[in-house]
Structure formats: structure tokens, C-alpha cells
Design a protein around this ligand. Structure first.
Ligand code: NAG
Length: 347
């Protein structure tokens, strides 16, 4: 497999060489093994393109639940019906090779339920609302996610920041399970609980140097007032039997909270931090934008969509297109110099 990847790279390089220096190419080719020359010729003439794994789905779609409000504290809309999805979450999903269907939280459940049937995974965003219809919708979508997995579909879920807090409240059946933390607008490290847990987790394909830098440099963005301490999780049987702690982080007062958690029995991964912000949000000077930080956004997104490709749902393409987020336009809310850069607003 790797030799084919390397060979493809070699071909890509070689083809650009052909026009400028054909004799250099033939020198290169003569240096190769004869079998590889044959393989190379087959690849060039397109005679043996290996098929992608037929058990995976290459048109995955992710449902993102919208959050109440305009996402810009009234600068864009004060409508009480308004809800939003920050575009950074949409770009995060799109950057890994999937499309997005918005699950507008205040639509009737029969419509939401039909949209859920069109997606191969779900994402709960950050935000601040923890009750009312929004909480009820998140709860129903979460329960539907577990039910689909129980029925044999591989149906991944990412819960980010508020999404993690809501899932913790739902599982523990305790709306006060979250504790206050001072991690508003702060970049932090991730401390791995057990290095052997990295296999099969969202960090599974991270290069080891990047894993080391994650634990020693502040490469991930925190923006939360609440969280769950490892002790709180361990004290709650429902929560500790559902989640394994992958990483912890410390807030401004050195209080430790769970920063990444993975479900034992479900493809559910939760983040108290914001993998989508490094590449796609600019409203705080503290958001890391180094090449390592951007690679973190990309690798976390790649894992999510890799999981979504395992979903066996093959919804109608037209119904998918009719509901995609491309039916809406994002609004630039970041001109004020803070908050989300772009938001999709739904009325
Ligand atoms: C929303 O309400 C606030 C406070 O009354 C006001 O300053 C703002 O202009 C309103 N936003 C819009 C988009 O009308």
C-alpha cells in the first residue's frame, strides 16, 4: 500500500518533470526495478486503478444541530426564532471530505427526524444554552444516535464544548453535573491519560512528534466556563461507564478538567476544546494558528469523517441535496473583531 502511495507521488513528480526534462525521467526510470516499471506504466495508462474499499461510503453527510440565537449576540438578528451554526464547524466537516445538513433545532421533530435519516454522523457545537427546546432536541438526537448504533449502524457523533456538557448531563441525568472552570479564551495543552488508549481513538493517526507537542505546547483552544473534572466523572457511575478519559487539561487556576473523552461502546467522541477553531476562527488572538495547530484541526476532522464513511446509510442523493447547507448562505459576523467569523443563521 505504502509503496503504491510513494509510487503515486513519484509519478506526480515525474509527470511534471517530463515536460522540462524527459532524459532525467528516463534516468530515473532506469534506476527502478523492472516490476515497478510495469506497474508504473499500468498506472499511467489507467489500466489498474485499485478500487476504493467498497464497504465504505464516500459521500458522507454530517448533521449539525443549530444553536439558539444569531451567534453574534444580537448584532445580526434579534429574532427569537433564529438559530445558528458557526461556519467553522461546517468548514471543519467539509475539509475532511463530507457535506453538512443543518438540523435546525426548533423545526418539528418529524422534519428533524427525516433529516437525521439523510446523514451519516452528527455534530453538537459549542454554545451556552442548556435547557428548553434546544436541550430536548439535542437529547432526542443523542438518543437516536445511540439507537442507530445499537441497531448495527456505525453512526459517529462529535460533541464539542457545550455538546460535551449536554451529553454529560443527558447520560448522568444530572443537569448540575458540570462544574465551573476558568478556561474562557485560553490555549492549552492536552495531557494524555493512558498512551495505550490512543490506538482506536481520535488521535490514532497523529504523528508521535505531534502528540508530544500537543502535551507540551498550547496548541488547542479552550473557551468554556464549565467542564467535568475526572473526579466528578469517576463519582458518577453512568458517566464513568460510558466515557473513557483520553485527555485532561488545566484551567487558569490549575484546576483539571476532562478535555477529550471517548465512549467505550459507541463511536462518540467529546471535546471540551475546539478542534474547529485553529483553522477556521480568527476572533481571538489566542487561537493557535501554527502549522501544528492547523494539522490538529485537519487530523481531528479526518478521524470524524473516516468514522462517518463506515455508516451503511445510503440516502437519496436528491433528498440530500435538497437539505444541504448549500441551500443557505453564511453571514460575516466577525467584522466586529470578535466572536464567530461566519455564521449560518436559520429563521
Ligand atoms: C438587537 O438588539 C440590540 C439591543 O436592543 C440592538 O442594539 C441591536 O441593534 C439589535 N440588532 C439588530 C440586528 O436589530
Amino acid at each position: 500500500m505504502w509503496s503504491i502511495v510513494c509510487l503515486s507521488l513519484f509519478i506526480a513528480v515525474s509527470i511534471s518533470v517530463v515536460s522540462v526534462n524527459a532524459s532525467a525521467l528516463s534516468v530515473l526510470l532506469r534506476g527502478e526495478e523492472r516490476a515497478e516499471e510495469v506497474l508504473l506504466r499500468d498506472l499511467i495508462t489507467g489500466e489498474s486503478c485499485p478500487s476504493p474499499d467498497p464497504s465504505l461510503y464516500y459521500q458522507p453527510v454530517i448533521g449539525i444541530v443549530s444553536h439558539p440565537g444569531d451567534g453574534a449576540t444580537g448584532r445580526l438578528s434579534n429574532s427569537t426564532d433564529a438559530s445558528n451554526i458557526p461556519a467553522s464547524y461546517v468548514k471543519f466537516v467539509e475539509s475532511a471530505g463530507a457535506r453538512v445538513i443543518p438540523l435546525i433545532y426548533n423545526e418539528p421533530w418529524d422534519i428533524l427526524s427525516r433529516k437525521l435519516d439523510l446523514v451519516n454522523g452528527v455534530l453538537f457545537t459549542g454554545g451556552w444554552v442548556k435547557k428548553g427546546l434546544y436541550f430536548e432536541t439535542v437529547k432526542k438526537v443523542f438518543e437516536a444516535t445511540l439507537a442507530r448504533n445499537d441497531a448495527g449502524e456505525h453512526f459517529p457523533l462529535f460533541g464539542i464544548c457545550l455538546g460535551f456538557e449536554l451529553i454529560s448531563m443527558i447520560i448522568s441525568e444530572d443537569n448540575d453535573i458540570c462544574e465551573p472552570f476558568g478556561a474562557r479564551n485560553q490555549a492549552s495543552t492536552l495531557q494524555f491519560t493512558d498512551i495505550t488508549d490512543i490506538v482506536g481513538s481520535v488521535f490514532e493517526r497523529f504523528p508521535s512528534e505531534l502528540l508530544i507537542r500537543l502535551s507540551t505546547e498550547c496548541l488547542v483552544m479552550q473557551n468554556h466556563r464549565y467542564g467535568i473534572s475526572p473526579r466528578k466523572l469517576q463519582e458518577n457511575v453512568a458517566l464513568s461507564s460510558f466515557f473513557k478519559i483520553l485527555t485532561t487539561s488545566a484551567d487558569e487556576n490549575n484546576e483539571v478538567y476532562i478535555s477529550t473523552a471517548q465512549a467505550y461502546k459507541y463511536p462518540v467522541t467529546c471535546f471540551q476544546w475546539h478542534p474547529e477553531k485553529n483553522a477556521f476562527e480568527w476572533g481571538s488572538s489566542l487561537i493557535p494558528h501554527t502549522e501544528d495547530a492547523i494539522q490538529i484541526t485537519q487530523m481531528i476532522a479526518n478521524y470524524f469523517i473516516r468514522e462517518a464513511r463506515k455508516s451503511n446509510k445510503r440516502p437519496s442523493s436528491q433528498q440530500v441535496r435538497d437539505n444541504l447547507i448549500y441551500n443557505y448562505s453564511p453571514t460575516y459576523g466577525g467584522k466586529a473583531g470578535y466572536g464567530y467569523d461566519q455564521v449560518y443563521i436559520f429563521y
